[in-house]
Ligand binder design. Structure first.
Ligand SMILES: [Zn+2]
Length: 228
């Protein structure tokens, strides 16, 4: 059962294509995994279509006030940017990710972008990362944490959106499982760890991480590993 979802605002911007490419992937993958957000996205799409088509019925005397709003252009843009419906068959390799002998099934949005996923690199401890090239300024990366791994406490200079693709991790406040979506701004300090099982996450980061606690300050160059 998914407990943590993108905000209404994120979903709205997902529908209108106003997220960065990295955020679009993280939110889109969550939507793939979450029937509740699929329903919300559908409602937002309906509302928007209503507004766009409704615009045509606006009486001429009111039209001047709305001249700056071009419904047709907006709809064309939405159609161009909204992710296309799921495709089913993907060849044997494209719909999974393999690391250390573990196979992770990939939700549709990620499977369709399989060719953008780079090679795994080991970070400190039992953590690996694989970058996903989606363009834009943000960084999109898979992060895999083996069981009993702890990320040093850190804050973010920017925003971080994280989606649990497979597995389970904890931080000071909650437990996050498959499909859970977190959005943290620069004010949040947290220490993710895997106590019970390993965990594969997808993270969109818009600025380097900044480690805050004790010796992990020395690890600050670690953040640059996320931004190569
Ligand atoms: Zn959801």
């Amino acid at each position: 059962m998914i407990k943590f979802h993108p905000s209404e605002e994120h979903l709205f911007h997902y529908v209108t294509g106003e997220l960065t490419p990295a955020m679009l992937m993280v939110v889109g993958t969550h939507v793939d995994m979450c029937s509740q957000c699929q329903r919300n996205v559908h409602h937002i799409e309906e509302d928007l279509a209503q507004k766009v088509f409704g615009q045509r019925q606006i009486p001429t005397e009111l039209k001047a006030a709305n001249d700056s709003f071009d419904g047709d252009d907006m709809l064309a843009e939405i159609m161009a940017q909204t992710p296309q419906p799921k495709q089913h068959l993907l060849n044997g390799v494209a719909n999974e990710l393999i690391l250390e002998g573990r196979r992770f099934p990939l939700p549709g949005t990620l499977a369709r972008s399989h060719h953008r996923i780079g090679a795994w690199h080991k970070l400190i401890g039992q953590m690996w990362r694989a970058p996903v090239q989606v363009g834009g300024e943000d960084v999109l990366t898979f992060i895999y944490m083996a069981k009993n791994t702890k990320v040093p406490e850190h804050t973010h200079k920017g925003n971080e959106a994280t989606l649990v693709v497979n597995g389970l991790f904890n931080d000071e406040t909650s437990e996050y499982r498959d499909g859970d979506f977190m959005f943290l701004d620069g004010s949040v300090k947290h220490t993710p760890e895997t106590r019970h099982e390993d965990c594969l996450t997808l993270a969109a980061l818009d600025a380097p991480m900044h480690f805050t606690s004790g010796i992990s300050r020395l690890l600050n160059p670690f953040s640059s590993l996320f931004f190569k």
